[in-house]
Design a protein around this ligand. Structure first.
Ligand code: ATP
Ligand code: MG
Ligand code: MG
Length: 554
């Protein structure tokens, strides 16, 4: 058995287990804020936390960090749950920071009583100005030494909505000269007279992230709280709050950081993705061009491919950008093993076999997936008139063109060898029909000498009278730039790829009429496609998941 080397997060855990942690102490959480749909960056965090749960047989909570009623909605809660389940993970408990509002409030009251928190009644701009700079200490607020009684009275009024929004905040009383700016009397609560999607109008104050997060971890007995690198300077405050609410010797969660994952040619920020939805740059959160988990799902990605991707990139201590071609590689690899092969022609031109009897049809056997022995075979119809891909024919071609040209032969996949004889053109000189002859003895799999004859190319095709017309949605990268939000001078929407979606009509083999939503196929020689959720019997719709080869690689 090959022992995989431990990543730095696993090393932290192993070290803890060698010291004072027991296996039963281990407990993790995935803590999304329900202010948007999850994206591929979140998938890394999900795979990390739930992956640790699997590895150490430890519980993992799904915790909604729902402390900001302005941006949060039930729709997002539902979508997040669906996405985590779809990725194949199960949480121990479904938790909400909002369920802890009363406990957090009680603790805040305790902090006030112990002289660790005070109500500040200055405008937010003044508070910000008094913070100082990293090299200069801040200034104490004139309200810093308010009496405990006055603080308690004001705080309660804030809670009850008896003060105006923005008039007061509750601040932790720490150190306005701390070298860590976050320790300079950070805000714990602000007044917001807003309805919360779960607690309704119960609260008129809402806790800030730093005050709610570690305390939620503590309430749930989380052992390791993993977050992204930008929270490293928050760790000191995380620990400060925990020390204030816990008793001596109590088991406390520890925050550790890993690098945020970025993907090239897209953006991983719920706020910016929301912007794309609101400005109707994309159709929805699950638009197949979106890097959201729901967008990837609709595009045809499988849970296995996303987990494989997360596993391959692993976790890191430094931020970098992962090329989207790696994600595409992961889905190609998965679908290559699992997706049935079918024939579809996206840019059709008609091929007429002049020596094939009119009205005749044959059903030819073809394999479903050469990569999967169990997948068996099926029969596809063949007739005198077929569609082939326009780019698979040239009247005259050089020796490197392994497709069809006048006077040359190719094999039609699972059918016969044909030879192009002449073309029929319209008044604009566009080819409307290719006339050819076929060799009746060359039928694939018939074992005849002719059937074994080697010709240079093999083309896919569909029988015209049997074919089913379908809408094909060809997706490409949403952004032309590798890192669309790197340039602070420009808006990331400046770099939208105008060709990120092309809708065409093609023809597919008749069996696909019965394909169900999300069914996945390889259109031979073209790429992987899946049935879109808007597809119906009358209007079959396929999304291109990914091309067969990386067309961007040179
Ligand atoms: P966004 O800016 O997209 O809203 P966020 O970090 O504010 O990201 P949260 O809902 O708070 O989003 O994230 C839930 C968890 O997922 C957090 O632990 C967060 O650190 C992690 N996470 C978010 N984005 C990424 C990313 N790009 N790579 C890795 N982990 C991420
Ligand atoms: Mg967050
Ligand atoms: Mg956020």
């Amino acid at each position: 058995e090959v022992k995989k080397s431990l990543n730095f997060i696993e090393q932290i855990i192993e070290e803890d287990l060698k010291n004072d942690y027991k296996r039963e102490d281990l407990k993790f959480r995935f803590p999304p804020e329900p202010n948007g749909y999850l994206h591929i960056g979140h998938a890394s965090s999900i795979c990390l936390n739930f992956g640790l749960g699997e590895k150490y047989n430890a519980p993992v909570n799904l915790r909604f960090d729902d402390t900001n009623p302005i941006k949060e909605e039930q729709e997002y809660v539902d979508a997040i749950k669906e996405d985590v389940l779809w990725l194949g993970f199960k949480w121990e408990k479904e938790c909400y920071a909002s369920d802890y509002f009363q406990q957090l409030y009680d603790w805040a009251v305790e902090l006030i009583k112990n002289g660790y928190a005070y109500v500040d009644s200055q405008a937010s701009a003044v508070i910000a100005e008094q913070k100082g700079t990293p090299t200069q200490p801040g200034k104490n607020s004139p309200y810093r030494d308010r009496s405990v009684e006055e603080n308690l009275e004001l705080f309660e009024k804030m809670k009850n909505g008896e003060t105006t929004e923005g008039a007061h905040v509750l601040r932790a009383k720490i150190d306005m000269a701390s070298p860590n700016m976050l320790m300079r009397d950070p805000i714990m609560y602000r007044s917001l007279h807003k309805k919360h999607h779960r607690t309704g109008n119960d609260w008129n104050i809402y806790p800030m992230y730093d005050w709610a997060h570690g305390e939620s971890d503590f309430i749930e007995n989380i052992s390791h709280s993993f977050c992204t690198l930008e929270f490293l300077p928050h760790r000191e405050l995380y620990n400060w709050f925990l020390e204030k609410v816990s008793r001596e010797g109590e088991f406390l969660p520890k925050q550790r950081e890993f690098a945020r994952r970025n993907l090239s040619h897209t953006i991983v920020s719920k706020r910016k993705l929301l912007h794309l939805v609101e400005k109707e740059i994309v159709a929805s959160w699950d638009d197949p061009r979106m890097p959201t988990i729901s967008g990837l799902r609709r595009r045809g990605y499988t849970p296995a491919s996303i987990r494989k991707f997360a596993e391959t990139i692993g976790i890191a201590k430094r931020e970098n950008v992962i090329d989207v071609s790696l994600l595409e590689f992961c889905i190609r690899e998965d679908l290559n093993k699992t997706a049935p092969r079918v024939m579809g022609v996206l840019d059709p031109v008609k091929l007429v076999i002049t020596n094939y009897a009119e009205g005749k049809e044959e059903w030819l056997e073809t394999e479903n997936n050469p990569e999967d022995e169990e997948s068996g075979t099926r029969e596809i119809p063949f007739s005198r008139e077929l569609y082939i891909e326009r780019e698979d024919f040239k009247e005259e071609a050089n020796r490197k063109f392994f497709r069809l040209s006048l006077g040359k032969e190719v094999r039609l996949k699972s059918a016969y060898i044909i030879k192009a004889e002449e073309v029929v053109k319209d008044e604009n000189g566009e080819i409307i029909e290719i006339h050819c002859t076929y060799d009746p003895k060359s039928k694939s799999g018939s074992g005849t000498e002719e059937s074994l004859r080697k010709v240079k190319g093999t083309l896919h095709w569909v029988s015209v009278p049997h074919s089913v017309e379908a809408e094909i949605r060809l997706y490409d990268r949403l952004f032309t730039e590798e890192t669309p939000d790197a340039d602070k001078e420009r808006d990331f929407t400046d770099f939208i790829n105008p060709d990120s979606l092309k809708i065409i009509r093609g023809f597919v083999e008749p069996g696909l009429k019965n394909a169900g939503v999300a069914d996945k196929f390889q259109f031979q020689r073209i790429g992987y496609f899946c049935v879109d959720k808007e597809s119906s019997k009358d209007n079959l719709i396929f999304n291109r998941t990914v091309t067969l080869r990386d067309s961007w690689a040179k």
